[in-house]
Design a protein around this ligand. Structure first.
Ligand SMILES: [Zn+2]
Length: 412
C-alpha cells in the first residue's frame, strides 16, 4: 500500500512534471508568436533570418526537452515505486557485501541512467545541433568523450563513494557533518585541479598570442587589479560553434579561458568588454558566494539525510523494503530534486542579479557599447531567443533576457 510519503512524493512529482510542461508550452507559444518580426530594439542589429533561426532553435529544443522530461520521470518511477531499486538490491546483496555492495548498487543505477540518456544526448548533438549548423563533433569524438567521462567517474567517483559510505556507516550519529566536511574539501580540490588536470583531457589550451588583443587584456587586468596564472585559448570549435569565455580555478591557479570561436567572432574591444564582465563576477565575489551558498545548502540536505536514513517510512514510501545506507543515499539523490525543484526560480533570480552587477562592472571598466555589441553577436551566434516567455525566463534563466540587459547598459 502507498504510505503518506508515497503520496507526497507522487504529488511533488506531478507538480514538477506539469509545471515544466506548462512553462515549456508557454515558451514555445511566446517565441512562435514573436517569430515574424525582429523586436524593435534589435531591428538595426539583427536580420530577420537570424531572428527566425533563434526562434526555431528555441522551439525545437524546448519540444525535445519534453521527451527528456518524460523519460526522466518514467525512470524515476520505475526505480522507486516501480521496484527497480529493490530488484537491483536483490541482485547484488547475495553477491557482494559491505562497501563493495554499496558501490556496485550505486554504479548500477548511474550506468542505467547514463545508458538511457545516451540516445537523447546523441540526438541532441547529431540531429538538433547539426540541423542548426552548431555541431562540429564527429561520432568518434562523441564516443571518445563518453569513454573518458566514464573512466573519470570511475577513477574519481568510486573512491569518493567508498569514503562517503564508510563514513556514513562508521562515524556515529553525526556522520552527516563529517561527510559534509569531506564533501566540501573534495569539491575545493576538484575546483583547484580542474583547469590543469581535468579540462586538458577534453580540450587543448594554448597561451593567447602576443598582440593587440593580449596587450589590451593585460591593461584591463591591471586596471582591475587582477592577477591570474595565464590567458588561454581553448579549441571549443572541436565540438561546437557556440562561443564563450570563462574563468576557472581559484587562488594562484586561476586561468582565463577564451573559446577560439569567441575570438574569431568578436573585435578586440568586444572581447575586452566580455572579459571585463567575467572579472566583474570575480570582483563582486559571485563565485565565492555561490560556492558558500552551495556548501550551506548541502549541509542542510545532509542533515536531512541524517534523519531520513533512520526512518522506515522514507524507504517504504519510495518502494524499497530493505533499509540500508547505500539505498538511503540513492533514494535521497533520486527523490530530492523532485522537492528541491521549487528552489529553481530563487537560484535563477540570484544568478540574474549577479549578471546585472557584472554588466555594470564591465560598463565601468571597459565600455558599455562594446559589451552590447558583443552580447548581440553572442545572442545571434548562439541562436538564443530575444523574445523568451517572461514566466519561463523568470523561472529558469540564469541570465536576464537580452532586451533587459541591453536596456540597462544603454542609458537613454
Ligand atoms: Zn556573467
Amino acid at each position: 500500500m502507498l504510505n503518506p510519503f508515497s503520496l507526497a512524493f507522487l504529488a511533488a512529482l506531478a507538480v514538477m512534471f506539469v509545471l515544466r510542461l506548462w512553462l515549456g508550452q508557454r515558451q514555445i507559444s511566446h517565441v512562435t508568436a514573436h517569430r515574424a518580426a525582429v523586436p524593435d530594439s534589435f531591428a538595426e542589429r539583427i536580420e530577420l533570418p537570424a531572428h527566425q533561426k533563434a526562434a526555431d532553435y528555441t522551439v525545437t529544443r524546448t519540444r525535445f526537452g519534453r521527451i527528456g522530461l518524460a523519460v526522466e520521470v518514467a525512470l524515476l518511477l520505475a526505480l522507486t515505486l516501480g521496484g527497480g531499486l529493490q530488484a537491483l538490491h536483490n541482485f547484488w546483496s547475495p553477491r557482494l557485501d559491505g562497501l563493495s555492495y554499496g558501490v556496485a548498487l550505486i554504479f548500477s543505477v548511474l550506468a542505467i541512467s547514463a545508458a538511457i540518456d545516451l540516445p537523447l544526448a546523441y540526438y541532441r548533438q547529431f540531429v538538433i545541433e547539426e540541423k542548426f549548423a552548431f555541431n562540429r563533433m564527429t561520432p568518434r569524438l562523441f564516443l571518445v568523450d563518453l569513454l573518458k567521462q566514464a573512466a573519470l567517474s570511475v577513477v574519481i567517483g568510486a573512491p569518493v563513494l567508498l569514503v562517503v559510505l564508510w563514513m556514513m556507516e562508521g562515524m556515529g550519529s553525526l556522520w552527516w557533518f563529517y561527510v559534509w566536511i569531506f564533501w566540501c574539501a573534495f569539491n575545493l580540490l576538484i575546483l583547484f585541479l580542474y583547469p590543469t588536470w581535468i579540462a586538458p583531457l577534453f580540450n587543448k589550451f594554448v597561451a593567447l598570442e602576443d598582440g593587440d588583443l593580449k596587450a589590451r587584456i593585460e591593461a584591463l587586468l591591471g586596471r582591475c587589479g587582477f592577477s591570474s596564472s595565464g590567458l588561454f585559448v581553448m579549441d571549443g570549435s572541436k565540438r561546437s560553434s557556440h562561443g564563450n569565455a570563462y574563468f576557472t580555478g581559484f587562488g594562484k591557479n586561476k586561468r582565463i579561458v577564451f573559446f577560439d570561436t569567441l575570438l574569431d567572432r568578436l573585435r578586440p574591444l568586444e572581447v575586452e568588454a566580455v572579459l571585463a564582465h567575467e572579472l566583474g563576477h570575480f570582483k563582486h565575489r559571485h563565485v565565492r558566494k555561490r560556492i558558500a551558498m552551495l556548501f550551506a545548502l548541502s549541509l542542510g540536505f545532509l542533515a536531512l539525510l541524517g534523519q531520513l536514513i533512520d526512518a522506515p517510512w522514507f524507504f517504504t514510501g519510495l518502494g524499497v523494503e530493505t533499509q540500508n545506507t547505500a539505498l538511503g543515499l540513492l533514494l535521497f539523490f533520486l527523490a530530492g530534486p523532485v522537492f528541491s525543484f521549487l528552489l529553481t526560480p530563487l537560484l535563477s533570480l540570484l544568478s540574474r542579479r549577479d549578471e546585472f552587477e557584472a554588466d555594470r562592472y564591465a560598463a565601468d571598466k571597459a565600455s558599455a557599447s562594446d559589451l552590447v555589441g558583443a552580447l548581440v553577436k553572442l545572442y545571434e551566434d548562439n541562436a538564443a531567443t530575444l523574445t523568451p516567455d517572461p514566466l519561463h525566463s523568470l523561472f529558469y534563466d540564469s541570465h536576464p533576457p537580452a532586451a533587459l540587459r541591453i536596456a540597462r547598459l544603454q542609458p537613454v
